[in-house]
Design a protein around this ligand. Structure first.
Ligand code: SAH
Length: 219
């Protein structure tokens, strides 16, 4: 192509992405090489609107429309590390949003099943993930509180909206599966991981956080 007629060069976000991983993720104690690799690989800027691209690697959540947000990079990395994925797992995600966390999971497990209750965000995630060529992802617009019976049981379930766990999720986990969610009322949540064991359920609490609310029904 004639260089005078070529399109504007695409801005390269490799350096901001490397800085994000160094300064926000490694610096705060995330050590899993697989998680760090996925955070370096997935182009976070392609999951947010054009106007927010230059902010995509900042240490914060960003609006994605419909009053919802893409989670802060550290929180995505932390939640992903807590799932301790090896590669063979089938993971259910509740709250697809723009599909960024979905893409990170898709790099680390066999298949991701993700449910979003807002139709326009479901469509946004579909388009973002298709453009990124994430082929091991299944998306659905629906109420994630009901889980996804057709594909249960899952090795892990991750919830990216804050609230309280649905009993259905535990039923849709494999025998030693793990459920991870930001639990709590209003805007005050705490990451909790519940692991099914033969002897009962192992419950562990982690970071305090604030997520958009987990709501019932479809919008
Ligand atoms: N992981 C997302 C975070 C999006 S914010 C990302 O990386 O962009 C959380 C999302 O959960 C919102 O889009 C919200 O609409 C959705 N949500 C809330 N309650 C839900 C429910 N019951 N079922 C499915 N999605 C839900």
């Amino acid at each position: 192509m004639n260089k005078h007629t070529s399109a504007q060069p695409q801005q390269n976000y490799d350096r901001p992405r490397m800085r994000m991983v160094d300064e926000q993720i490694i610096a705060r104690g995330i050590r899993s090489p697989r998680v760090l690799e996925a955070m370096l690989k997935v182009h976070r800027h392609t999951f947010v609107g054009e106007a927010l691209r230059t902010h995509a690697y900042q240490d914060r959540s960003l609006p994605i429309g419909e009053g919802q947000t893409i989670s802060q990079p550290y929180m995505v990395a932390k939640m992903t590390e807590l799932l301790d994925l090896k590669g063979h797992e089938r993971v259910l995600e509740i709250g697809t949003g723009c599909g960024y966390q979905t893409a990170i999971l898709a790099c680390l497990c066999k298949r991701v099943y993700s449910i979003e209750r807002i139709e326009s965000l479901h469509e946004l995630a579909k388009s973002n993930l298709r453009q990124g060529r994430y082929s091991n992802v299944m998306l659905r617009c629906g109420d994630g509180l009901l889980g996804w019976e057709d594909y249960a049981p899952f090795d892990a379930i991750i919830v990216t909206a804050g609230g309280f766990a649905s009993d259905i999720w535990v039923e849709q986990l494999v025998a030693d599966g793990a459920l991870l969610l930001p639990e709590g009322l209003g805007k005050s949540h705490r990451l909790v991981r519940r692991q099914k064991l033969e002897s009962g359920v192992l419950e562990e609490y982690f970071d305090d956080c604030t997520f958009v609310p987990l709501l019932s029904g479809v919008n």
